[in-house]
Design a protein around this ligand. Structure first.
Ligand SMILES: *Cc1c(COP(=O)(O)O)cnc(C)c1O
Length: 326
């Protein structure tokens, strides 16, 4: 199935264009270029984030294949799992989430997965997730069902079209040229879509993906593969300059860093913007470091793509459904 980047056959769940806001008080503290944020934390369903854009294309394919159940993987705090659960509910699809990780308290995302009616399958290790998803899909098929498996982060070429579209239909239409865009990168779909979209729109904007977990080589390889897949789907060859900065991961995925915490406090106190500790705080820390190093001139424009994730700030313990809280 071929999809054009602004294909009207994608499912329309998000509220677009997401706003672009200037951050003058942050600039006053840091000096350097004009700074902007694009609020993909406001995409809409399931408290927003970048997964909404990707799932609009992926779930359209699931529907086209007449799926009656969707399965996906992630951690117990996964934004992707939460958004999948909500959109599956909206489509009337059974949703199976295979989730790894353990927390002393109940992550708000996991609590919401349950609220959206998803069937949760906990596994001990990340490595068990994909095989467990395959086994569950086989079991459903044996029962005469039509399951649709969504890979980690919906970061397939199809899912990445959500970010091709974010560029061609939104960023390219803004009345301002951005010299660079910074964003958090992990499974690679967001970065791949941004890069392909910039090329399609003829924009020279540099895309800097800041790793939330893996080393730069690993993520860049994933991004390259997804970009190649987008090229196949759209009948063109892309030549992206893939830049992944893995200097702000700290101790690892999901572990907050001092630089990230400082970035979070600075954004909250200068602009009233809230970052999340897993992804956006680390990406913003990278942007702040480069601006402080004088890597951008005062007449340049730098965009931060806020990919969401703030649900990771909250736990749901004591928040028993239906109980009076006050
Ligand atoms: C999934 C996610 C990312 C990473 O996006 P990928 O497309 O997987 O690289 C960044 N930020 C947030 C908040 C996310 O949930």
């Amino acid at each position: 199935m071929k999809f054009s980047p602004i294909d009207e056959s994608r499912l329309k769940f998000g509220f677009y264009p997401t706003p672009i806001e200037e951050m003058p008080r942050l600039r006053a503290v840091l000096g350097g270029p004009r700074l902007f944020v694009k609020h993909d934390d406001y995409t809409g369903p399931a408290f927003g984030g970048n997964k909404v854009r990707k799932l609009e294309f992926v779930l359209a394919a699931a529907q086209a294949e007449k799926a009656d159940a969707v399965l996906t993987i992630g951690t117990v705090r996964s934004n992707h799992a939460r958004v999948t659960a909500a959109l599956a509910a909206k489509l009337g699809l059974e949703c199976h989430l295979i989730l790894s990780g353990d927390f002393p308290n109940t992550p708000a995302s996991l609590w919401l997965d349950n609220l959206y009616g998803a069937k949760i399958h906990r596994v001990m290790a990340r490595e068990e997730r994909a095989s467990t998803m395959q086994r569950l899909a086989d079991e459903l098929r044996a029962q005469g069902r039509t399951p649709y498996q969504i890979p980690l982060g919906a970061s397939t070429p199809l899912g990445a079209l959500g970010y091709v579209r974010a560029v061609t239909a939104e960023i390219a239409m803004a009345n301002i040229h951005f010299d660079a865009v910074f964003h958090s990168t992990s499974s690679g779909g967001t970065q791949a879509g941004l890069l392909a979209g910039m090329e399609m729109a003829g924009l020279s904007t540099k895309v800097v993906g800041v790793s939330a977990d893996d080393c730069a080589v690993e993520i860049a390889a994933r991004v390259a593969q997804i970009v190649a897949g987008i090229g196949e789907a759209l009948d063109r060859i892309f030549q992206p300059a893939i830049e992944v900065d893995a200097g702000f991961v700290g101790e690892g995925y999901g572990v907050a860093t001092p630089e990230g915490n400082q970035a979070t406090e600075l954004l909250a106190r200068t602009e009233g913007i809230v970052l999340d500790p897993v992804y956006t705080a680390k990406a913003m820390a990278a942007l702040i470091a480069r601006v402080r190093q004088g890597r951008f001139a005062a007449d340049q424009n730098v965009l931060f793509l806020h990919t969401g994730g703030q649900m990771a700030l909250f736990s749901a313990d004591g928040n028993k459904f239906g109980e009076r809280q006050i």
